[in-house]
Design a protein around this ligand. Structure first.
Ligand code: HEM
Ligand SMILES: *[C@@H]1O[C@H](CO)[C@@H](O)[C@H](O)[C@H]1NC(C)=O
Ligand SMILES: *[C@@H]1O[C@H](CO)[C@@H](O)[C@H](O)[C@H]1NC(C)=O
Ligand SMILES: *[C@@H]1O[C@H](CO)[C@@H](O)[C@H](O)[C@H]1NC(C)=O
Ligand SMILES: *[C@@H]1O[C@H](CO)[C@@H](O)[C@H](O)[C@H]1NC(C)=O
Ligand SMILES: *[C@@H]1O[C@H](CO)[C@@H](O)[C@H](O)[C@H]1NC(C)=O
Ligand SMILES: *[C@@H]1O[C@H](CO)[C@@H](O)[C@H](O)[C@H]1NC(C)=O
Ligand SMILES: *[C@@H]1O[C@H](CO)[C@@H](O)[C@H](O)[C@H]1NC(C)=O
Length: 317
């Protein structure tokens, strides 16, 4: 009996240390230094989504593109200038990532309420959660305490963000490089239940791939010609592009994924069973999505005396 309890205890302690070893972040980080942080960010996100529902998708994606490039450190927010080349204009981001003015507005309000306290990286993490919730998706406790980078890397932005032409093995390696699993890949790709993509990102899939519903491909080809109209947008989830639901996974089962990287998740690999599971069970998708978002938000945060708290998210102090 005693040894049974001891073993149980060891398991509990081991599990807790695994859970706690990811990072130095905590959900009540600003409790005394900026108690209104969550309500200020939420109000800013809600107003922006009210004005333009797509903004929820754009804010969610900003956090992803921040975290995958040397960690969640706000580096994507830095503007290029004559002496500084950052991530904003790297291939996966240029003319594609958006929402910067929404972040600026939120940052300005936070600087008034609690100057020099809340990082831009944390604003992105909270805004991603709030966007998901406002559009109908799951909630989670956002871990906070990230600091902002004083550098950015164009090369890492070029190389670390997965491309929409990737096959399943390339997608898996890209996520594995960030410490993320197959399950994280499939759950987080469920983000494509909201938002839009440009013709240039799905052209190869609709003209050259065989794993796409023929009439779906035809209707997209009418909007996205073989050349030209690169910036014409189509919804990533053709059914409900402003609702965070599980129809993205239903689309994949019908071979109606927009990007090659979407349909690769249901193309005969070990990812198939997760797509089927999430298509059948929204609550399983939501549960895994929330867990994976926390995991993604834990990628290499700057803590302690590393980095800084930017006063303007676009510029190193
Ligand atoms: C699995 C690898 C992924 C690939 C290859 C990929 C690729 C893309 C591409 C090409 C677009 C369209 C961009 C444009 O045309 O301007 C897009 C949009 C989007 N992505 Fe992903 N993505 C991936 C994973 C993720 C993850 C992990 C998230 C969030 C956690 C995410 C969230 C979004 C959202 C919300 C949009 C719509 C943005 C908007 O409408 O402004 N994606 N993605
Ligand atoms: C947590 O913070 C301590 C002290 O700042 C640092 O030595 C350690 O590397 C950090 N751990 C992680 C995972 O960031
Ligand atoms: C980003 O896009 C703009 C507008 O299309 C273009 O002029 C610029 O050359 C692009 N920048 C890079 C680094 O590709
Ligand atoms: C990023 O990719 C673009 C386009 O392929 C290339 O022109 C540029 O040199 C790359 N920049 C770095 C720093 O890798
Ligand atoms: C996936 O893409 C990589 C890189 O382009 C390629 O080397 C590999 O052969 C592809 N794998 C499959 C199964 O198509
Ligand atoms: C389709 O594949 C062919 C052969 O690889 C290539 O030349 C062509 O550019 C591709 N078309 C599109 C729209 O990607
Ligand atoms: C999907 O699976 C088919 C059949 O296994 C394979 O030929 C193809 O390369 C895979 N990927 C794409 C993008 O078609
Ligand atoms: C250019 O951007 C860098 C990084 O944000 C910043 O340190 C520098 O002060 C900026 N230069 C000018 C002239 O604004």
């Amino acid at each position: 009996m005693t040894s049974y309890l001891l073993i149980l205890l060891i398991f509990i302690v081991a599990d807790a240390s695994v859970e706690g070893s990811h990072d130095n972040l905590s959900s009540n980080y600003y409790k005394s230094t900026c108690p209104k942080v969550l309500s200020i960010v939420k109000a800013g996100v809600a107003a922006a989504i009210k004005k333009e529902p797509r903004m929820g998708a754009s804010l969610l994606r900003l956090h992803f593109h921040d975290c995958f490039v040397n960690g969640c450190d706000g580096s994507i927010l830095l503007d290029d200038n004559a002496t500084f080349i950052g991530e904003k204009t790297a291939v996966p981001n240029n003319n594609s990532v958006r929402g910067f003015h929404v972040v600026d507005d939120i940052k300005a309000k936070l600087e008034k309420a609690c100057p020099g306290v809340v990082s831009c990286a944390d604003i992105l993490a909270i805004a991603a959660r709030d966007s998901t919730v406002i559009l109908g998706g799951p909630s989670w406790k956002v871990k906070l305490g990230r600091r902002d980078s004083i550098t950015a890397s164009r090369a890492a932005a070029n190389n670390s963000i997965p491309a929409p032409t990737f096959n399943i093995s390339a997608l898996l390696s890209s996520f594995a490089a960030q410490g993320l699993s197959l399950k994280d890949l499939v759950a987080l790709s469920g983000s494509h239940t909201i938002g839009l993509a440009r013709c240039t990102t799905f052209r190869t899939h609709i003209y050259n791939d065989s794993n796409i519903d023929a009439s779906f491909a035809k209707s997209l080809q009418r909007k996205c010609p073989k050349s030209g109209k690169d910036n014409v947008h189509q919804p990533l989830d053709f059914q409900t592009p402003t609702s965070f639901d599980n129809l993205y996974f239903h689309n994949l089962l019908k071979m109606k994924g927009l990007l090659r990287s979407d349909q690769e998740l249901f193309n005969g690999s070990s990812a198939d069973f997760l797509v089927k599971k999430y298509a059948a069970d929204t609550s399983e998708f939501f549960k895994h999505f929330a867990k994976s978002m926390i995991k993604m938000g834990n990628i290499k945060p700057l803590t302690g005396s590393s980095g800084e708290i930017r006063s303007n998210c676009r510029k190193v102090n």
